[in-house]
Design a protein around this ligand. Sequence first.
Ligand code: CU
Length: 149
Amino acid sequence: MNRRTALAGTMALVTGLMLSGCSSSDSKPELKVTGAFMPQPVSDMAGGFLVVKNDSDISDRLTSVTSPISDDVSIHETKNGKMHMVKSFEVPANGQLTLERGGKHIMFMKLKKQPKQGEKVPVELHFEKADPIKVDLPVKETNHAPMKH
Ligand code: CU
């Protein structure tokens, strides 16, 4: 190895250290949830929508969602008008995971009670790397009924 490559290697190492900055752990991304809501359900099923922002250099995955309102919460993707259950969704590094009508969403089945507009539904999002995030989904007007499977 000549002097030049050795120097380049040192520089890369220094840059790497600087990028990880003062965060206590470099293996956990910092995630933020915005725009969460649930359309007021019209049956014992409901959908949940939100955006997970990832401002770190580490990609993560949303692996599951839990809520006191249902023991049967899963994550779905709508493709060609049909919903499919998926194991996880990527939360890309320096990007975001968008759950929206007609696309990826959280699916609540067998609701224990039907929440009304103005109420809030607590959920906990579980990730592969990041710590779980608790968020309240404000219940909005129904302009979308979750489709039957
Ligand atoms: Cu669904």
